[in-house]
Design a protein around this ligand. Structure first.
Ligand code: UTP
Length: 276
């Protein structure tokens, strides 16, 4: 499958990084020699995505600005003969970036819904700003490879594919947890029969938690408006997916490699230790 579009919701307030996030969006904190968000954009480029939509909120305009061309700097670097720096600055010139706003933080599904008019592909990648997979194959590459097998099994349908992590049993209440249908799984690509948001450990159907990378059919996005008024008044992606369980084949694949959760100060510190 040729994946062309990705939605990157980065509209969250980042309260866990206050007071930093009063002035710097957490996605622009450095990880190695680039901001966290550039790792996610590079992940998109690694699978050939050409169109990226940021969902931002007020005060996060610096995220799309980071990727926008800067003719004055380019001209100055050209004049000074700094051609390596120039080509680094032009790294993202071939990507078409788009920006939409989420004015109120009404959930992950609500954030994605803001990109509804922009989405034209049958399947879109959705990457939340906090999760990175450290492995020879990044998260999106692993998802896309698994999607080829899923699509082959369902040539007439447009399935959804979620990234999963086997989380410690006492932490299941922090994740959306999936219930697996072993009989309909494709090897290690698990067919999902149900999903429960943040269950008590005694009620969790498995220890496989959904993490922040998805391949989502457009039909799921079209379900989102009907979810309004869901849990805590939020529009959640997991509720839209759950509403489609009988209609759309939904699968999950456990990510290989180490997941870095850069959305918490502890997780960010660990990511810095690993990536510099
Ligand atoms: P989080 O639940 O980590 O929230 O969002 P947050 O605002 O980023 O951080 P805290 O909890 O205040 O510290 C997970 C991902 O979903 C996006 C966030 O930007 C982040 O990438 N998100 C969440 C939205 O874009 N909009 C929302 O309404 C909620």
């Amino acid at each position: 499958m040729k994946l062309t579009q990705a939605v990157l919701p980065v509209a969250g307030l980042g309260t866990r990084f206050l007071p930093w996030t009063k002035v710097v969006p957490k996605e622009l904190l450095p990880l190695g020699n680039q901001p966290i968000i550039a790792h996610l954009v590079d992940e998109c480029l690694s699978v050939g995505i050409t169109d990226i939509c940021f969902v931002i909120s007020k005060g996060k305009e610096a995220i799309p600005q980071y990727f926008a061309p800067h003719p004055e700097f380019e001209e100055e670097l050209r004049k000074r003969g700094k051609l390596d720096a120039l080509s680094e600055l032009q790294k993202y010139d071939a990507v078409r970036f788009h920006v939409v706003h989420q004015d109120e933080q009404k959930g992950d599904g609500h954030a994605i819904l803001q990109a509804n008019d922009w989405i034209s592909a049958d399947v879109v990648a959705v990457l939340f700003g906090d999760d990175l997979i450290l492995h020879d194959e990044n998260g999106l590459q692993q998802l896309l490879r698994a999607y080829e097998d899923v699509a082959e099994k369902h040539p007439e349908e447009t399935p959804a594919l979620l990234s999963l992590e086997n989380v410690p049993a006492h932490l299941v209440s922090k994740y959306g947890i999936v219930e697996i249908d072993d009989a309909r799984s494709i090897g290690t690509i698990r067919r999902i029969r149900g999903m429960v948001e943040k269950p008590h450990p005694s009620k969790a159907p498995s220890t496989l938690g959904i993490i922040g990378k998805y391949l989502i059919p457009r039909s799921t996005i079209q379900k989102l408006p009907a979810i309004e008024g869901g849990h805590g008044g939020e529009i959640r992606l997991i509720d839209a997916l759950t509403s489609q369980l009988g209609e759309v084949p939904i699968y999950g694949v456990e990510m290989r490699g180490k997941r870095l959760d850069t959305g918490t100060p502890e997780g960010y510190k660990e990511a810095v230790r690993m990536l510099g």
